[in-house]
Design a binder for this molecule. Sequence first.
Ligand code: SF4
Length: 701
Amino acid sequence: MIKETKSTCCYCGVGCGVIISSQNDKIIDIKGDPNHPANFGRLCTKGATLHLTAKLDNRLLYPEMRLTREATRKRVSWDDSLNYLTEQFAQTIEKHGPDSVAFYISGQLLTEDYYVFNKLAKGLIGTNNVDTNSRLCMSSAVTGYKATLGSDAPPACYEDIDSTECLFITGSNTAFAHPIIFRRIEDAKKNNPNLKIIVVDPRRTDTAQAADLHLAILPGTDVALYNGMLHVLLWEGMLDMAFINAHTNGFDALKDTVREYTPKMVADICGIKEADIITAAKWFGKGPSLSMYCMGLNQSIHGTDKNAALINLHLATGQIGKLGAGPFSLTGQPNAMGGREVGGMANLLSAHRDLANPEHRAEVAKFWGVESVPATPGKTAIEMFDAVKDGSIKAIWIACTNPAHSMPDVNNVIAALQNAELVVVQDAYNNIDTNQYADVLLPASTWGEKEGSVTNTERRITRVNPAVSKPAEARHDWAIMVDFAQRLEKRLAKSSNLFPYTTTEEIFNEHRETTRGRDLDITGLSYGLLNEQGPQQWPFKAGDTTGAARLYTDGVFQKPDGKAQFVNAIYKGTADKTDARHPLHLLTGRLRDQWHGMSRTGTVAQLFNHAEEPVIQMSADDMMRRSIKNGDIVKVSNKRGSLVLAAQLSDEVQASQTFIAMHWGSQFMHGLGVNALMPPTFDKTSKQPELKHTAIKIEKL
Ligand code: SF4
């Protein structure tokens, strides 16, 4: 008999609902869930082929362990591996203190998994060294929201796409990275031909090709553009002064700054036409305007400023909290939102509480029934691997992510993993680069097998359900951590019984209670309600019958005086500059049909039809200057590393700019992937690294 199970797609932050067909405990097919408000039955190529990834040949099935680096890992029992890890972690903590251990986790974990990791680190061990690959993804969006609106909460929703008159897409190739949102944009344009679509991107991506106005700015010049648009709006008298006066602070200081950003000056900085800046500003000012943005803004050493400068435009025109208007960050990973909600990062606490706030620390400690939550901020992603490299972190536990592929300056991360006293990798797959550095390898369950919940880009929580059993000895991420935590509690002689969970529902219910009275209050939700009434947006307080489609409809923001704050952002430029030795810009981004490091999508033949192999895209001008022809093999290098791959002529990149997709790793090319070339420098507020840009040279081989 064929069984149908409702769940979600495990790839991007659109959070599409799926219906998984299974038979004899095997996944055999997938279709979009027609009732899920994120996709109404649609799936992109990645989602529609998920069932083809449900196979065993690339799975980790048993725990493995080695006692020395020279030894080969051998299969061991769960008891042996977890007892060993308990003893090793306990000894390290006793000898070197709680901050000598760390957990590096993932925006692909479910909310319940995340909750246990966070509580284990901060509540039991007493370290804030728990960070996640969401640091590489959304942390500048978080700091941008908090600086301006006071809370890490995307104010808009997918419905706003249907009603906006100006869609401002910036730093996002939505057509490839969030395809189902892009389908909705195409529908909105069809239904309303007057809808203006502006795309800001150095590349002429598929998204840019669909735009009414493409602003092909030079890499990293976003803040100059947004300030220039604000200058025009000011000059044209298109600001909403009533909104500014009633609901914001800091406009006068920003006004003084943007006076300098004349269209002429901005055109020179950004490499675009003055007239186009004026057109974009006027379309935006007329509104209602919806901004959609992603890694082009976030993965930058000035990511917080880029986010804030964009939100400034919405505040200055009063285009927020209204139908079809608002800033709307597109979440990269499927559950980067859920991870932030449980506070699963080095500087956050449960339910959007702030680690730096003593009252928040006390609230969480009381909630968990522990003496205190440590005040010292944990190490964020880059800092964490630097600390592993310099020996101050001795043991690192990595779950559901592949830092030996995804971190910038990958060679530095590999050196760190080689230097660590203990590396634990918990993952579903046997084909990821990080596994080779693991002393202990723990097999986890994955999509189609797991249960819990996720939150998508528009704050919508959906239940994730298992269609089939987990294979061999694989275990659920939350269950592995609960088992380890219980053993560690005993070994450290702590009798608090912090981890009594036997189901994900118990974890969800505990998380739910932490949100009471917070901006993301979900005290009105339960597994039962989500199962019966379907996915819901937060906040959804006890007694509510629906969640909030959009936030700040009353003009009251999450700042102490209820007013939003303009941020005086100034244009600064990229971390790496081109020079005589490295004369070309290298940009990174996604392919349409691949996901992250390809551990899952790389096993499906048809997903290579769109892009068969790694290439560096170059302009005709740059190829001609170097006598490079289409398909020639070239060496791409800078001071951090080199890659060897084929050159591809492309009219999507401008002269002096090149592009390599982020997905290809050492399995597909000579070299560690494009992130090996990227600078390990990061935004000082969000600590998010600049993974979108570096300077390179190219030699024909
Ligand atoms: Fe999955 Fe994202 Fe595609 Fe939806 S848009 S099917 S969530 S990859």
